[in-house]
Design a protein around this ligand. Structure first.
Ligand code: SIN
Length: 309
């Protein structure tokens, strides 16, 4: 799959360094050969939410076609910030599709069939109201990690938001990995873990629908930045392979708790017609369902990714 920072020479982009429990968490991002050298953004306005994850992006009207120069900067903004947020973008299905194409081909998971928009297989309706008994993504996860090639990213557009609440929280899995001790990293480095679709949404899909179940490395290397990211999540991951079950349970419980550290997080408060774009390879997220019985509604497209290594 084409990686999403396209042409150009390599550069090392230095980001601020933060500390966690007295340890420095490295924030040097070696953006490899796939990016263009740049002195910041020429077209987009990018404002970080914090040093670790999340940025507001302005300076573009996504309802209209845009050029490859804007697309390049969107890809860079995502690589640098893991999750980006654009406000006041009342996109229709075509514009949503055009924006997703910036990052690659659409990922169409068979399990999204019950929620697909007719005529747009890659667009999933995301809706909650007074009749909802659950909302998608209300526990920490990275999207569809049960797939052999999970989506690299997701683009969520919400046209209707509740008067209060309904935020989405994002956590950097670079920061989560970097904050582990060297001993813990050494222990986890060569391990794989099983991600099972049944655990995440087995109760929500039609009876008999087969769901993927795949083992991935506990820590994966991001194909664009070259950075290591923790890759287990509470919603999908059932077990670490090759160690006794009790050890797997204890390690996973520790890691699921670890990714919830606010030091690794940002929180996005939606406004109507905002779009959030996140990189599933280096972040996790959680939808906060604190607005029942109010309405929160929109659409999501996922973009094809590669086999985690
Ligand atoms: C998701 O997990 O894809 C949904 C996130 C949200 O609704 O905020």
């Amino acid at each position: 799959m084409a990686l999403y920072l396209k042409s150009g020479r390599g550069l090392t982009h230095r980001m601020p360094v933060m500390t966690c429990r007295g340890r420095e968490i490295g924030m040097d991002v070696a953006l490899r050969d796939k990016v263009e050298p740049q002195d910041g953004y020429k077209l987009l306005k990018v404002e970080k939410l914090n040093p670790t994850i999340g940025a507001y992006v302005g300076g573009v009207d996504l309802t209209q076609p845009f050029g490859e120069d804007v697309a390049d900067e969107l890809r860079l903004a995502l690589a640098e910030n893991l999750a980006i947020f654009l406000r006041d973008q009342p996109v229709d299905f075509e514009a949503h599709r055009r924006l997703a194409a910036v990052f690659g081909e659409a990922h169409v998971a068979p399990s999204t069939k019950p929620w697909r928009v007719p005529g747009f297989d890659e667009i999933t309706k995301m809706h909650a109201d007074e009749n909802s008994t659950y909302v998608a993504g209300e526990h920490w996860h990275t999207d569809m990690s049960c797939d052999p090639e999970p989506p690299m990213g997701s683009l969520l557009y919400l046209h209707t938001i509740p008067p209060l609440g309904g935020d989405t929280v994002f956590s950097s899995m670079y920061a989560a990995w970097d904050a582990l001790s060297d001993r813990m990293k050494a222990q986890l480095e060569d391990l794989s873990a099983v991600h099972d679709g049944v655990k995440a949404f087995g109760s929500l899909v039609p009876k008999g629908m087969e769901l993927p179940c795949t083992a991935h490395p506990v820590a994966r290397t991001h194909p664009v930045t070259g950075r290591k990211a923790l890759y287990v999540n509470r919603s999908y991951t059932t077990r670490i392979e090759g160690i006794p079950e009790r050890e797997s349970d204890a390690l996973l419980a520790f890691l699921f708790d670890h990714v919830q550290n606010p030091m690794f997080q940002c929180r996005f408060t939606w406004s109507p017609h905002a779009i959030a774009i996140w990189d599933n390879r280096c972040s996790q997220h959680m939808a906060i369902w604190d607005y029942f019985p109010q309405v929160r509604s929109g659409y999501r497209i996922q973009v094809k990714g590669e086999k985690p290594v």
